[in-house]
Design a protein around this ligand. Sequence first.
Ligand code: NDP
Ligand code: 2IT
Length: 447
Amino acid sequence: MKAIEVIDDLRRRFPNEPEYIQAVEEVLTSIEETYNAHPEFERYNLIERLCIPDRIFSFRVSWVDDSGRVRTNMGYRIQHNNAIGPYKGGIRFHSSVNQSILKFLAFEQTFKNSLTTLAMGGAKGGSDFSPRGKSDMEVMRFCQAFIAELWRQIGPDTDVPAGDIGVGGREVGYMYGYYKKMAREFTGTFTGKGREFGGSLIRPEATGFGNCYFLLNMLATRNIDIKGKRVAISGSGNVATYTALKLMQLGAKVVSMSDSDGSIYAPEGLSDTELQFIFELKNVMRGRIREAAEEFPATIEYRAGERPWQFAKCDIAMPSATQNELDGDDARALLAQGVIAVSEGANMPSTPEAVKEFLNARILYAPGKAANAGGVAVSGLEMAQNSQKLSWSAEEVDRKLRDIMSRIHSSCVEFGTEADGFVNYVKGANVAGFMKVARAMMAQGVV
Ligand code: NDP
Ligand code: 2IT
């Protein structure tokens, strides 16, 4: 396989899918050597079968808003690969959602899920519906209309959705409720459910906490203590807020958070009270991050339209909002101020140019598919609990999460250590994730 030829061919076949091509290119260039050391992979054309999703469902979702107007959105579910377990991955509701974005996410999810050591294939779904500014009833009607189309394609051993951008506990609850009504069964078909109906403790915290655990593993390779380190975070949703909480518990200072309108900057680090306000602002009031600066004007400033990377003074960056939110200039600005680590909470937040900068600078750089795998890992633990019809304590789930993150870190070190001892976590994560899926696909023949 020549990575460049496969990528050119995919570009020709899927010309309007830049995010998908970007994600494939990053993986193929780092697994090329390993792939070519196994001529049997090529005989089975493993590469095309791994890059192109097993199937894509796309459908119209019609619903009625509070004023009685009939609205339509697009809905999708990409079932990418189920070689190592049922299709598994989140659902994203955001106005920017399209097939390219969901294909990139489903592709990434396949490798991420493989890294978790649990039995989960890769999938992603979503809609260009934006929950922003919608009433609870509108969100509920939309979720029901979405599931009315999708419910036949999902199931506890077939395909298990969860949350992602714009989809949290509220949306999962509405989708699960309607799924249960249609399927007439109470099974673990969604993860991220409410605690009262099969949700796992620590699932809301898992992605952010897991990213911090991964960061601790990386820092340990260089004997660096997290205490007192200044961390710039982007986003202020599920991943960003729980990342901030764990960092502060660990004694680090969280100096920034953001949303799609702008960033807040707290040069001395957010206080517990300020972070608590942000949790409520985001989950209860469903407000904007600007309001945190309005509430605490003495300690927090607001920068409209800016991302944290160019101005927040920090030692560590944890981008936790969305794809391609940190570009080459941002990476150079972070490196110029001496950043020691970048650990990605979001999926593919750094552009290829930014990734190149981080790798060339030989800082600790963890790609999302390794660093944010704690979310789906605890989803896997939720599936296990649902199958057993038991629930585990918060301590037990947290201990398993720490253990999984450190095993993912070890896999990255095993497959990504270069001749001079530098750990290329991009290569490590891609090769480790790929090999397990590849072996399973080989064993199962051409299907
Ligand atoms: P949320 O919807 O809870 O939060 C998303 C945050 O990112 C919000 O602050 C949002 O701001 C901001 N954001 C979204 N889109 C954009 C954009 N186009 N430009 C700037 N800011 C944006 O989502 P999550 O926290 O769940 O997800 C964040 C990232 O983490 C995503 O990349 C997701 O794929 C990834 N992830 C999530 C996991 C999970 O378990 N939830 C697991 C692994 C990865 P605004 O309110 O203005 O839209
Ligand atoms: O990107 C991700 O890993 C998620 N949104 C979580 C997926 C899941 O199934 O828990």
